[in-house]
Design a protein around this ligand. Structure first.
Ligand SMILES: [Zn+2]
Length: 128
């Protein structure tokens, strides 16, 4: 009678694992769906709330306490809001009050400069 054969319980796995696993952030998934859309940075239009590539939207910034202008360089300091260069999106944003909210302004805000910027840049007029 032979003794019970001691099962070889695997080779001692003493590989140096130099990758820390399991330390991912557990509570921050706010940007999960906005990330990984593929190319380029993506912004959400404050009017229609649709996402678009950064280059497809214009950035709005506050100029003074209640005036909103287009930040043509998209790099002005301070808070900015992103909008499709469309009158309909501007109207939506105004109606929903998202312009003021995005820029931390007290409504009502003056967006005539934005509208005229659109006119200057060949954006067709709203409606019709
Ligand atoms: Zn839009």
């Amino acid at each position: 009678m032979d003794g019970p054969v001691a099962p070889e319980s695997g080779t001692p796995s003493s590989r140096p694992t130099s990758t820390p696993v399991g330390s991912g952030p557990a509570g921050s998934s706010a940007v999960a769906d906005a990330a990984r859309t593929g190319r380029g940075p993506v912004r959400t239009c404050i009017g229609c709330r649709r996402r678009g590539e950064r280059s497809d939207l214009v950035r709005l910034v506050a100029l003074g306490p209640a005036t909103v202008v287009v930040d043509e360089r998209r790099s002005a300091p301070g808070r900015g809001g992103w909008l499709h260069p469309q009158h309909s999106c501007l109207e939506l944003a105004l109606r929903r009050g998202t312009v003021a909210r995005a820029l931390r302004l007290q409504p009502p805000v003056d967006t005539t400069a934005v509208a005229s910027w659109m006119a200057l840049n060949g954006v067709p007029a709203a409606g019709t």
